[in-house]
Design a protein around this ligand. Structure first.
Ligand code: ADP
Ligand code: MG
Length: 433
């Protein structure tokens, strides 16, 4: 049995708290109301129920204050075996707390390097790992100079941003100027917890062309294993938008291994020690190219997709790693083919008012799993990023084509039922064939 301190949690991460409790570990949740917007009120209540103890404080970035709060709650820091998190914004505080306590974790500087898209690219270059052309800047002039050097089109994104806030393709200098002005406005409108991640720096990158994948990499500090490669669905008109995922990823065994090896090489180069890491990669004509590394397990709907396809739970691996288990030696073998699509709006729109309130239930028999928050008459915001998702439909089948086609048929039917246009996904090479 271990004493595990969780710093914050995302909704899906409740599975980690639940599993830790079920496995007999003693759990403490360090909770900051600053990140409450990540959870529904029901999830917040559930987190309190699942955690053995809850310690509340405003700023989890202040390590000394976290230690004081733990002590004030009667928790002896010397009895803590590990500190972990499922929340992106808490990865640095988690690493710092682990370091202060002298328990296993990630080097805080490695976490900072992973979160900094500019620094991460420089590390790849220094290590000779295949990389995309890149540059960094604070203002439009520096960004324009970098884009000229790289050549248009480029991707521009905040160096430390999340959730697609202010990430866009720029095809000209005018695009970069417009993007920069929009980014300044956006920084003022996002949740303070998201805005706090931004530091005014942007990266300009060569646009990678090809399908997007992500790899969940487990590391116990010694064994580093790519657990699963996931194919990501992206927007037909805007490749920055992520619209769902499929497992298995559809690559040949050799290509999947190449992808996994590339992700592992990057995690090792960054010095990420203990945990499950989420590495996003585009498979270009020249081979895999890094998009970004998240120094934490995938959030969102992806862990449930992996569980549907492999029977393995990423959050359980995470808890096992932090309670002293070795990383799995092999990737998760696939058991079934699973695909899901997000319900997101192509434009600002209003859902039919004469929609039955239980409209989603009619789809249930054809779903493996799914949810929606959409109700009659709801106004939906045009999808700008990960914070504009109104539901998910997931299908499991014996083959990937059937799973993906089922998702496509379900989303087409949902468009008709709601009377709105959902964001169109780029056709996958498989289903397009
Ligand atoms: N260099 C690039 N080339 C092509 N697409 C990119 C590139 N960088 C980002 N993207 C697209 O934009 C999305 C968001 O970028 P990412 O760096 O993952 O930021 P976020 O932290 O917001 O997820 C990616 O999932 C990918 O679809
Ligand atoms: Mg990303």
């Amino acid at each position: 049995m271990s004493k595990l301190v969780f710093v914050g949690t995302i909704g899906p991460g409740l599975q980690a708290l639940e599993y830790a409790g079920r496995s007999g570990h003693d759990t403490v949740l360090v909770h900051s109301p600053r990140y409450d917007f990540f959870l529904s009120s029901a999830q917040r209540a559930q987190a309190r129920e699942l955690a053995g103890r809850v310690v509340e404080l405003d700023d989890v970035h202040d390590t000394a204050a976290v230690l004081d709060a733990l002590r004030a709650a009667g928790i002896d820091p010397s009895g803590i075996d590990a500190v972990l998190t499922t929340m992106h914004m808490c990865t640095v505080p988690t690493a710092r707390l682990a370091q202060a306590l002298g328990v296993p974790g990630c080097d805080p500087d490695a976490v900072l390097a992973a979160k900094d898209k500019a620094r991460c690219r420089r590390i790849l270059d220094a290590e000779g790992i295949p990389n995309l052309g890149h540059g960094e800047g604070q203002g439009p002039d520096e960004l324009l100079a970098a884009a000229d050097r790289i050549g248009y089109p480029v991707i521009v994104k905040p160096a430390t941003g999340v959730g697609k806030v202010s990430t866009a393709v720029a095809r000209s200098a005018a695009d970069i100027r417009a993007l920069f002005a929009a980014a300044e406005r956006a920084a003022g409108t996002v949740e303070p917890g998201v805005a706090a991640e931004l530091d005014g720096r942007f990266v300009v990158e060569e646009l990678a062309v090809g399908p997007l994948y992500s790899v969940e990499v487990a590391s116990d500090g010694r064994i580093v294993t790519p657990l699963v490669v996931v194919r990501r669905k992206t927007g037909r008109d805007n490749p920055v938008l992520e619209l769902g995922s499929t497992v298995p990823c559809g690559l040949s065994a050799a290509q999947e291994r190449e992808m996994g090896d590339y992700a592992v090489r990057i995690c090792r180069a960054l010095g990420l020690g203990l945990g499950v890491f989420h590495v996003e990669i585009i498979h270009t004509a020249h081979g895999p190219r890094l998009i970004e590394v998240n120094p934490r397990v995938s959030g969102g709907a992806l862990p449930d997709l992996v569980a549907a396809a492999t029977g393995r739970n990423l959050f359980e691996v995470l808890v096992d790693l932090f309670s002293g288990h070795a990383a799995p030696a092999e990737p998760f073998p696939p058991l079934a083919c699973a695909s899901h699509s997000f319900l997101t709006a192509e434009t600002d729109c209003t859902v039919r008012t004469d929609l039955p309130t239980d409209w989603f239930e009619a789809l249930r028999p054809r779903l493996h799993s799914g949810w929606t928050s959409i109700r009659p008459g709801d106004r939906l915001r045009r999808m700008e990023g990960n914070f504009d998702i109104y539901g998910v439909v997931r299908a499991v089948a014996e083959d990937v084509e059937t799973a993906e086609r089922t998702c496509d048929a379900l989303t087409a039917e949902i468009e008709k039922t709601l009377g709105v246009r959902l964001t169109p996904a780029a056709p996958s090479e498989r289903t397009a064939r």
